[in-house]
Design a protein around this ligand. Structure first.
Ligand code: FAD
Length: 396
C-alpha cells in the first residue's frame, strides 16, 4: 500500500511537516498527525494576550483544514512510546500505529528538577510559566489583573538555550505597557540568568530606557536557584530572596518528554541531534525530529518560524526517501522574530542560514539578516501579518 508517515505533535513543526508531506507527495503518501490538544493555540502573539491587547480567540485555531484541504488524518491522542525497531508508536489510548517514517516535533518541556520548590501541583498553579500557550496564558493575565496597583511582577529568564530568545523581554515590555495604563504605580523586574539581553540587545535596552524607565528594571546574571511558592518567593545565588506580587517562573528547558523517553535527546539528555539535510535523528534511523526539540545549528533560534522551515525541509526529505529519489539540496532557510513593545509598535530580528557542505551544518550567511532601526507601528502591522501568514501556512 501507500507509504505512511506518522507525525507526532501538531505544533508549528509537526503541523507544517504533515501538510507539506501531503503536498510534496501529491497526496501519494498517507499522513497521520497525532496531537492531544483539540485546537492549535499559538505561543507567538500570546504575550499580547498577557498584556491585555488581544484575546485567546485570536491565538486559537482549528486543525480541520489539515484534514479537509490536505487529507491529513488527525488522531487526538498522545504518543507514549516509540518502538524504532518495529516502526510503531504506542498511544495513551492503548492502540499502536505503524510507520515508514516518523516525524517528531514535541516542542519543549521544563527541567523542574532544577527548582525543587516547584515540584507540587500547588506550586505550579501559583508560579506560572505561561511558556506554552493555553490555560496558563490566561491565568497569568488574570494574576496581573487581580494584582493591586503598586505591586511588582517579576520574570526570570533561564540560561540559553531556551524557547524564543526575545520572548521574555517582549513580555516584560507588554506587562509594563499594561501597568502604565491600568496600574501606574506597579513595576516589572527581569531576573536574567544570562550576562546580557539575548536578542535585539540594543533595541530592548533602548526601549527599557526610553519607554519604561521607571517601570522596568533589568538585572542580568541572576540565576533562579529555587522558589518557595507559598510565599511567592524567588531565590537567587547573588541576592536575597525576592517576593513579587506576581512571579512568572521560567524553568530551564529541554526537548519535550517524548524525545527523552524515546532516547532521541542524545545531546546531554536535553536536545536531539539531527542531520540538517533531512532532520533525521543521528541516533534513530527513520525518525526525524524538528522544532524546539533539536540542537540547532549556530545562531539558529528556537522559534515558530524556524520550526515551520524545519517542517518543509523534513517533508521534502521524507517524501524523497520514501519514493527512492535523491534528497534535494538543502534550501536556504530563514528566520524572522518580531517583538511588540507597546500597543502598536514592534521590531524584528532576522537571519538567513545556508548549508555548509564542508562543515556539514547550517551557517548564518555573512551580511544577511539584521535588526530593526527602532520599533515602529509599521512593523507592528508586519508582525500581525507574519502571524496570520504562518497560521495559514502551518494549518492549511
Ligand atoms: P510546539 O509548537 O510547542 O508544538 C509541539 C506540539 O507537540 C504540541 O502541540 C504538543 O501538544 C505536542 N506534543 C508533545 N508531546 C506529544 C506527544 N507525546 N504526543 C503527541 N503530541 C505531543 N516564535 C516565533 O517564530 N515568533 C514569535 O513571535 C514567537 N513568540 C513567542 C512568544 C512566546 C511567549 C513563546 C513562549 C514562544 C514564542 N515563539 C515564537 C516560539 C515558538 O512558539 C516555538 O519555537 C514553536 O512553538 C516551536 O514549534 P514546535 O513544533 O517545536 O513546538
Amino acid at each position: 500500500g501507500a507509504a505512511h508517515v506518522v507525525v507526532v505533535g501538531a505544533g508549528y513543526g509537526g503541523a507544517t511537516a504533515a501538510k507539506y508531506t501531503r503536498l510534496f507527495s501529491e497526496g501519494k503518501v498517507r499522513v497521520t498527525l497525532i496531537e492531544p490538544n483539540p485546537k492549535f493555540i499559538s505561543c507567538p502573539i500570546s504575550n499580547l494576550v498577557i498584556g491585555s491587547l488581544k484575546n485567546m480567540d485570536f491565538l486559537t485555531h482549528s486543525y480541520d483544514r489539515l484534514q479537509q484541504n490536505h487529507g491529513v488524518r488527525l488522531v487526538r491522542d498522545s504518543v507514549t512510546s516509540i518502538d524504532a525497531a518495529r516502526r510503531t508508536v504506542r498511544l495513551a489510548g492503548g492502540s499502536e500505529i505503524g510507520y515508514d517514517r516518523l516525524i517528531v516535533s514535541p516542542g519543549i518541556d521544563f527541567m523542574w528538577e532544577g527548582l525543587p520548590g516547584m515540584a507540587s501541583a500547588e506550586a505550579k498553579a501559583r508560579m506560572l510559566h505561561a511558556w506554552k500557550a493555553g490555560e496558563q496564558t490566561l491565568a497569568l493575565r488574570r494574576q496581573l489583573e487581580a494584582m493591586p496597583d503598586g505591586g511588582v511582577y517579576a520574570i526570570n529568564i533561564p540560561a540559553v538555550p531556551y524557547r524564543c530568545p526575545p520572548g521574555p523581554y517582549e513580555r516584560a515590555c507588554l506587562v509594563a505597557n499594561y501597568f502604565r495604563k491600568a496600574k501606574p504605580r506597579s513595576k516589572v523586574i527581569i531576573f536574567d540568568a544570562n550576562a546580557e539581553i539575548q536578542s535585539k540587545r540594543g533595541l530592548f535596552t533602548r526601549v527599557f530606557e526610553q519607554q519604561y524607565k521607571d517601570i522596568i528594571e533589568y538585572r542580568p546574571g541572576h540565576l533562579l536557584t529555587d522558589v518557595h511558592a507559598a510565599s511567592n518567593a524567588m531565590r537567587f545565588e547573588v541576592q536575597d530572596e525576592f517576593r513579587p506580587a506576581v512571579a512568572n517562573v521560567l524553568p530551564s528547558m529541554r526537548a519535550g518528554d517524548l524525545a527523552l523517553r524515546a532516547g532521541l535527546a542524545n545531546i546531554n539528555n536535553r536536545w536531539c541531534e539531527v542531520n540538517f539535510q533531512t532532520f533525521e535523528s543521528t541516533v534513530a534511523p527513520h525518525i526525524h525530529v524538528l522544532g524546539d526539540a533539536i540542537q540547532g545549528s549556530p545562531g539558529m533560534p528556537k522559534s515558530a518560524h524556524m520550526a515551520n522551515q524545519h517542517g518543509k525541509v523534513s517533508a521534502m526529505a521524507v517524501v524523497s526517501l520514501l519514493q527512492g529519489q535523491p534528497v534535494p539540496q538543502l534550501p536556504i532557510i530563514a528566520n524572522t522574530c518580531y517583538s511588540f513593545v507597546n500597543d502598536t509598535d514592534a521590531m524584528h530580528v532576522s537571519s538567513v542560514h545556508r548549508w555548509d557542505a564542508e562543515r556539514r551544518t547550517l551557517l548564518t550567511v555573512p551580511g544577511s539578516g539584521g535588526v530593526s532601526v527602532a520599533p515602529t507601528a509599521l512593523e507592528g502591522h508586519y508582525a500581525l501579518g507574519w502571524a496570520r501568514n504562518i497560521w495559514a501556512d502551518t494549518l492549511g
